[in-house]
Design a protein around this ligand. Structure first.
Ligand code: ADP
Ligand code: MG
Length: 395
């Protein structure tokens, strides 16, 4: 029934660093244990800290004229290109949980989610600037870990780290990344260009990041109740990686360009397939038809969803943070993508008056609804935390 897909990026992109959720006060200790050799932020001073964190940054982009070190970075976009700018702000306790989010992964993810926004415009990320605001519970070593993750992401995606700002915060950690990208004028892909009967396509597979989050939340709860218990994360490498160390599909943008395909519309999947599809429909003034059985779902995602008593396609439709690309192409481009294991056609665009529809595996027609993944998260979390019968693995 569910179309389960073997995912190429799963093989092509092995862990860059081991996924280890800490499930302890380890990160907090790492930040504030005055008995060890950790360095208080105040000891370096603002400029010392900036110098320390930004050492060993190598610039690789031709368009970077000047990186860190002056009052502003200098960028010279290549001729014929337009500049893309986007920002994401991550707040401790709202967007990440330091109980299980290793700091290096956090830095990596903060950068990558921005690269994903540039990919969603059919562009290439080139530079980032990073604003960071930390409370005194963080040590130099903790910030170094975050920066190691950001620098790793820049290295992998060949993005130059060209500046930032550093301030103290009254409580917690804030990371704000601004990305600068480029795209040739004729290749810019907005959310608004989908035409009637264009094919609706998605890269990779969906729902994994959300299932990874549920596993982490479950184990966190177990750990809180009994700190001597080891978290049971075995067998969940893929979905944990999807949650803790997502990737941006810049490879899809490259592939489309190689095939001479300019998508008619595109968006990245940060809030779940349903919500993103509705964005494309609204912005393009069209309707859509999505086939449930076509939605690509990884086997690990599928199994874990069943374990939690969640319909796997619901995790894909309403989960979040997969950072895949959802896009439309003209039917005439079908031959160019049909054999690509990394792209799945899940439906097509229709007249606006036909609405946004989901055809279920048993051939029923539903209105596509964006429940928003926060609401879903809450509902599912309540379901398993209340020890419902669906939750076989609850301890
Ligand atoms: P200003 O006082 O003009 O804001 P700063 O002293 O904050 O200047 O910054 C000096 C240089 O260091 C600039 O090039 C800035 O982009 C860079 N920088 C400051 N903070 C960071 C940071 N957290 N990460 C990377 N670069 C930074
Ligand atoms: Mg500054």
């Amino acid at each position: 029934m569910i179309h389960r897909k073997s995912v190429k990026n799963k093989i092509a992109r092995p862990f860059l660093f081991t996924i280890t959720a800490y499930f302890s006060q380890k990160i907090v200790q790492q930040m504030s244990d005055s008995g060890s050799k950790l360095t208080e932020l105040s000891s370096l001073g603002e400029f010392g800290l900036i110098d320390y964190l930004t050492k060993n940054i190598h610039l690789v982009q031709k368009s970077t004229v000047k990186g860190i070190g002056d009052d502003a970075a200098v960028i010279k976009p290549s001729s014929g290109s337009q500049v893309l700018v986007s920002k994401d702000l991550l707040v401790e306790g709202v967007h990440f949980d330091l109980m299980y989010m290793p700091l290096k992964h956090l830095g990596y993810k903060a950068a990558v989610v921005n690269f994903s926004d540039i990919a969603a415009m059919n562009g290439v990320p080139k530079q980032i600037v990073v604003g960071i605001s930390v409370s005194s519970k963080y040590t130099v070593e903790a910030l170094e870990e975050i920066y190691a993750g950001i620098k790793k992401a820049c290295e992998v995606y060949k993005v130059d780290f060209v500046g930032g700002d550093t301030t103290s915060s009254v409580s917690g950690l804030f990371i704000s990344v601004t990305v600068i990208g480029e795209v040739k004028k004729d290749n810019i892909t907005y959310r608004s260009g989908a035409g009637i009967s264009d094919l609706l396509c998605v890269s990779g597979d969906l729902g994994g990041a959300y299932m990874g989050l549920l596993v982490l939340e479950r184990e966190k709860k177990v750990f809180r109740a009994n700190p001597d218990m080891q978290p049971d994360l075995s067998g969940h490498d893929y979905i944990l990686e999807r949650q803790l160390k997502p990737e941006a599909r810049t490879d899809i943008v490259q592939m489309l360009s190689k095939e001479d395909i300019v998508p008619t519309s595109m968006i990245d999947v940060s809030d779940g397939l349903a919500s993103e599809a509705l964005h494309l429909c609204k912005n393009s003034d069209k309707g859509c038809m999505i086939y449930e059985e076509k939605i690509p779902i990884d086997q690990d995602t599928f199994n874990t969803a069943r374990e939690f008593g969640i319909v796997p396609t619901v995790a894909a439709l309403n989960g979040g943070e997969d950072y895949e690309l959802l896009f439309t192409v003209k039917q005439s481009d079908y031959d160019k993508i049909k054999n690509n294991p990394d792209i799945t056609v899940i439906g097509y665009m229709t007249e606006k008056a036909e609405g946004e529809k989901l055809v279920t595996a048993d051939n029923q027609l539903f209105d596509l609804k964006a429940q928003g993944w926060d609401a879903l998260k809450k509902r599912d979390l309540e379901k398993w935390t209340s020890g419902g019968k669906d939750n076989k693995k609850a301890k």
